[in-house]
Design a binder for this molecule. Sequence first.
Ligand code: NAP
Length: 444
Amino acid sequence: MGEQRRVAIVGAGPSGLFTAAALLAQAAEPPAIDIFDRLPTPFGLLRYGVAPDHASIKAVATTLARVFEAPDVRFLGLVEFGRDVTAAELRSGYDAVVYAVGAADDRRLGIPGEDLPGSRSARQFVSWYSGHPDAEAQPLDGVRSAVVVGVGNVAVDVARILLKDPADLSATDMPDAVLAELRAARIEDVWLVGRRGPEHAAFTTPELRELLETPGIAVTLEGCDLAAIDDAGLERHARANLAAIGRALAASPASALRRLHLLFWHRPAELAGDGRVRAVRFEPTGGGGAPLTVPAELVLRSIGYRGVPLPGVPYAEGRIPNLEGRVLEPDGSARPGEYAVGWIKRGPVGLIGSNKKDAAETVAALLEDLSTLPRREPADLDALLAARGVRPSTLEDWRRIDAAEIDRGGLRGRERTKIEAWHELLGLVWGAPSVHRDGDVRPA
Ligand code: NAP
């Protein structure tokens, strides 16, 4: 048996952890694996993207966490790629580097008024209700009507959270401040707006049904006529979506405290307001519809996530260019020893579970290359980070955060309550952290 190979994975979200699991399962001689993350908490979008009321998907974390039980797998939290460690440093310290950083930004509409207060991305809203430490507070005070632009599963998630009786969310792991804001909110109307027809919508049927069946809501359909849609050539899931909408309309009460308006064949042309958003002006995109102005104090654009370039790593159009996971240079040649996985590899589509197959593909390419890749001298990365004043958090630190969240939840009769404040997370990691003059938080 040769000297053990070493692999770095940048990002401890689902794609990074599925990659570690695939490496352990597929390699004849499992490599040592260091998994880096900017946060002191692993699980990425599983923790900060999957809706808090989707506990069964979140439970995937329990399975993924098993990779940390393997003898040579380390978690190095609070290490930001590009700031605390560079691509060149990782390349020289590991035989292979896998970028599993997801898609941290979002697409924009590019219309007037998009940056008015009250208009934001669904990603920001999801981060807030998921207790991400970087999320800004999302005040709902004065919001009666909310517009969600886009008809994918993220749009469905945020619409459901806005429409649900907050009492039905009180058993989730949402931070206390989020639940308090939702309890105080008085949202009556939520508009879910697609630029094409319901037969083209990106949402999946179980997610759509769950939204339509939110207790206590009325459902309306605008901008299209279900009966006029010829469903003969449609795919099965599109037909199922149409049937779900038809059933919800038939069962909808004439009036309710909260209303879900499904508006199709319209795109926002302008967000109007006087210092904050007050209304959205929509233009028809087809189907013979008419222009329409909808009052809205909150607008969430939910038109897709977008990858962010990593310093020193090829990037094009929201992704790392790659062939079956092998990172490609602009001239199309492969960069030996560098790989991509997850949303930064294939774009921001697919469910958590899609990462399993995706990771298997990247890992197959990596293992195929490994015998020809130069064996890197294990550079003392730990010493390099220490010299820079970067002290990575460990799995034990995460376990302390985990236990504190479970304790906090226990006091409230829930399984867990998320800790969302940086100073509390860092307090659990380091004892009493200190904020340096440059605004950086460092160990005491
Ligand atoms: P998505 O599924 O790609 O949906 C994006 C939506 O935005 C589409 O309706 C798209 O319409 C629309 N859109 C794009 N550009 C637009 C524009 N300029 N103006 C108006 N509308 C525009 O993306 P997502 O909702 O962010 O979800 C990302 C992935 O995560 C998906 O694969 C999703 O299934 C998954 N996810 C799953 C769950 C779950 O299983 N519960 C929850 C959340 C997310 P067009 O089709 O017309 O382009």
